[in-house]
Design a protein around this ligand. Structure first.
Ligand SMILES: [Zn+2]
Length: 289
């Protein structure tokens, strides 16, 4: 019965997206009833940060107007079931760490390359959130006073190593605006212009990931996201760049793997998180004593 997909219509604001979510939830309830499957809970992966009480917080660069939306309450209202929501890259990393490419490793870092760059860290089966929003590696500054980012910063990693950078790399050489996946396809078919754009993208991706490895030294790094669907040639190129950009003592001991759960890693992670007890830590300063 699952999975099924519908467009989010993210640019049209929260009300429209929530309407799409409700429709998906109702369809799942209907299908599960028809097939005699008992649904226990609803899990959601979203960009940005969700507080312990289920409210979207922090700027969502790609999804304006989401600040303060009580997304878990909306899900529970739509489904009548207990619900959770979590950063999508955290869920991808959780799924890969527990049942995917990172299974068996204690410290797993997951990074997704798509429209933006998402990052997550799972230690001994638990998502590491810092105070609330750890892992926003797409917004590490990699170029001083660099390209403006939707987050309000400049020179962010995702402005140099996500889909838009591939498109800009191709556009600057040809004057043609070509979608990132098409740039990758042309590269795979031997287009030398696309090769220049991909090489530049890969250098930046390797640099950012090398910084992440040097900072965290995980046992396993799992790469995923829409761009990685280009296949093993892109994965091998990125893995080479990461190894060159991180300290030898680190690169020689990190297992770098491609996602084994693919585009549905986040969905699997949302399901796994539903099975966990509620997190103990709330957003905000810890109380004394
Ligand atoms: Zn940014």
């Amino acid at each position: 019965m699952f999975p099924s997909t519908v467009p989010s219509h993210a640019s049209r604001g929260p009300r429209i997206v929530l309407g799409q979510m409700h429709a998906v939830v109702l369809k799942a309830l209907e299908q599960s009833r028809a097939e005699g499957i008992h649904l226990a809970a609803v899990g959601l992966g979203t960009p940005g940060t969700v507080t312990a009480d289920g409210v979207v917080t922090g700027a969502l660069p790609n999804m304006p107007d989401w600040e303060g939306v009580p997304i878990v309450q909306e899900l529970e209202h739509a489904s009548g079931l207990p619900s959770i929501a979590e950063n999508d890259a955290n869920l991808m990393t959780l799924a890969e760490a527990l049942v995917g490419a990172g299974r068996g490793f204690g410290i797993v870092c997951g990074v997704t390359f798509g429209t933006g760059i998402g990052g997550g860290l799972v230690i001994d089966g638990e998502i590491y959130r810092g105070v609330a929003a750890a892992g926003e590696i797409g917004h590490m500054t990699v170029v001083l006073d660099g390209r403006p980012c939707l987050c309000g910063g400049k020179g962010c990693f995702e402005r140099y190593a996500a889909a838009g950078s591939l498109e800009e790399g191709y556009l600057s050489q040809t004057g043609q605006l070509v979608a990132a996946k098409e740039v990758l396809s042309r590269w795979l078919h031997g287009d030398p212009v696309a090769a220049v754009a991909v090489a530049r993208f890969a250098r930046f991706a390797g640099m950012g990931l090398g910084n992440v490895l040097n900072l965290l030294h995980p046992e396993c790094l799992v790469l995923g996201g829409g761009l990685l669907q280009a296949g093993t040639k892109l994965f091998d190129l990125l893995a080479d760049e990461v190894r060159q950009a991180s300290l030898p003592v680190i690169s020689s001991t990190v297992e770098i793997r491609a996602t084994s759960l693919g585009m549905f890693a986040g969905v699997v992670g949302a399901g796994l998180l539903c099975l966990r007890p509620a997190p103990l830590a709330a957003v905000g300063p810890k109380s004394e004593g």
